[in-house]
Design a binder for this molecule. Structure first.
Ligand SMILES: [Zn+2]
Length: 299
């Protein structure tokens, strides 16, 4: 039995896992952001609900360097820069494993979700951010610094997009570069793109809903959106050889968006295939907790 935790900037969710798919919820707490003792105490309260000595597996929004275990997590300052797994292991007196949430989303989909039966799975996320994780033969490939799968950052977003084509700016990104896919491909990015094209400011959910309902202005924005997001994702597929790309994150909730992105990506990759490539994630509810359970050795 493993205690699984999914830690984000606003909340900590927990579950007791008997297998990757047999999870009993342990509830939710707010994430202490500035006080390490409070952070550890919040986790400790959840962990005490599981058998003494049983291990803990954590999915977290942060990049973990596999060389030294140091985590970079800007939105939870009290643990930023710590070797989090070692610190929690010492303070809780239990074995603690820590993994990046996008990596564990990909692992969950590869082992127990839409990627089952595929050797190479690229789990892509279009939501609060643009991210992803690569899983080969059931193992997360996280590479130097822990950054493998991060297709959202790098100055590569196309700027002449849509039919007829228009120019969009190379927006500055929080990572310090400009022209990142994240600046237009994430939920706030889609809103920014729609503002640029229409001078109106609905939410990403409203833009997608209007597009699904046949609204012309939202349709134009989405045409431009796919022209920005599909080329870099197609390149990722060419480079890593993925045969399936489960899509998660808030924007991935739209079946129409997933189906259109699948067509746009398949038309741009070298391999010709009629089989679906970009598909809706199967574990839309708690992929972080499922991925954490699998990281902890459950199946
Ligand atoms: Zn960036």
């Amino acid at each position: 039995m493993i205690t699984c935790l999914d830690i984000g900037g606003s909340g900590i969710k927990g579950a007791l896992a008997r297998s990757a798919t047999d999870l009993t919820p342990l509830g939710r707490r707010a994430t202490p952001l500035d006080d390490l003792d409070a952070f550890v105490a919040a986790i400790g309260e959840m962990v005490t609900q599981s058998p003494v000595g049983s291990p803990v597996a954590v999915s977290i929004t942060g990049v973990i360097d596999p060389a030294d275990g140091i985590i970079k997590v800007a939105n939870i300052p009290c643990i930023d820069g710590l070797p989090l797994a070692a610190e929690l292991t010492r303070r809780l007196g239990r074995e603690v494993l820590v993994g990046n949430d996008a990596d564990l989303f990909a692992l969950a989909e590869a082992v127990a979700g839409a990627g089952r039966g595929h050797r190479i799975v690229f789990g892509a996320i279009l939501g609060t951010g643009v991210g992803g994780g690569l899983v080969i033969d059931g193992k997360v490939v996280n590479g130097a610094g822990g950054y493998a799968g991060e297709w959202g950052h790098g100055p590569i977003a196309p700027t002449r997009v849509g039919t007829p084509p228009i120019e969009i700016p190379r927006y500055a990104c929080g990572c310090g570069q400009s022209g990142c896919v994240d600046t237009v491909g994430a939920a706030r990015g889609l809103e920014r793109l729609h503002r640029h094209l229409t001078d109106r400011a609905p939410s990403s959910v409203e833009i997608v809903a209007a597009w699904e309902a046949g609204d012309a202005a939202a349709g134009r924005t989405m045409d431009v959106y796919f022209d920005v997001v599909a080329p870099p994702l197609a390149l990722v597929v060419n480079v890593v050889g993925a045969s399936i790309v489960p899509l998660g994150g808030g924007l991935g909730q739209s079946a129409k968006l997933v189906e259109r992105l699948d067509r746009e990506v398949r038309s741009r990759i070298l391999r010709r295939t009629n089989a679906p490539l970009v598909v809706q994630a199967a574990l839309a509810i708690e992929p972080g907790l499922v991925g954490a359970a699998i990281m902890g050795g459950l199946s």
